[in-house]
Design a protein around this ligand. Sequence first.
Ligand code: NAP
Length: 264
Amino acid sequence: MKDTHSRGWALITGAGRGLGRALALRASSAGYHTLLCSRDPDSLKELARACRKEDGLQSLALPVDLATPNGAEILLQECRRRRIHPTLLINNAGMGSAGPFLDSDEIRNSELLQLNTHSLVVLCRGFLPAMLADGKGGILNVASTAAFAPGPGSSLYYASKAFVLSFSLALAEEQRGNGLRICCLCPGPMRTAFREAAGSAPLSGARLRLLQDVDKVADIAWRGLEKGQSLIIPGRRNRWLLRASRLLSPVRLARFTREGLPRP
Ligand SMILES: NC(=O)c1ccc[n+]([C@@H]2O[C@H](COP(=O)([O-])OP(=O)(O)OC[C@H]3O[C@@H](n4cnc5c(N)ncnc54)[C@H](OP(=O)(O)O)[C@@H]3O)[C@@H](O)[C@H]2O)c1
């Protein structure tokens, strides 16, 4: 196996489809071996074959359910067993919530918190020490523009992304000057199966046209990661909306979100 141009291993969670798949292909074309994680083994195996098309690069499918309490630990142990220390960790896997909190299912709520927040923390804690010892590496945590507002009708999801944003920016500051790139990506609504998986009603009309393309978002994320930008918000419209939202108090922002912003 040639390894002349590899930049090390990139671990991508939620790699089976959507943004994770686009980021995995981007990592592969940038010269990383790829560790691909999500639940469906078939989509991962197909993606691994595509990633291996890059000359001399390895790609492994690691099907793990990160919404279970020990999912992230299983992934860490699997990497240790294979003696793989990722130099790039992309915490992309996430799930949404739809509907009023009191109508929500308790098991699904726990899975959302586990997947969107706890597993992400466990993976950062598990992989950071080796990156630090090497003096190089990067973490890209995927939050959302939802991180910037309370989200009535999707309260747990918005709150989980606020956690990811706050945690990632704090971690980036703690590690500033250590040679690591810790970035938080906050996309707006994208054209993926995410809403469908969350049980949200399909979009139509102008809202459908405003959805961002995952390949474009992955390109912007990748450029931000290479530059070591701690906060990456793809799209002028999203950046403008966030600036405008700062003019409102959190209470008014919650009302505004309820009354019809497109839900990321
Ligand atoms: N789409 C949007 O509008 C939007 C906007 C802002 C932010 N985001 C964020 O962007 C990230 C990617 O979203 P996406 O739109 O690409 O979603 P997506 O199309 O639904 O893909 C989600 C990925 O996560 C994997 N996944 C789901 N549950 C998992 C679990 N329990 N364990 C391991 N992997 C799991 C899925 O594969 P399996 O089902 O096979 O496990 C899939 O590969 C998420 O963090 C999301 O919150 C999305």
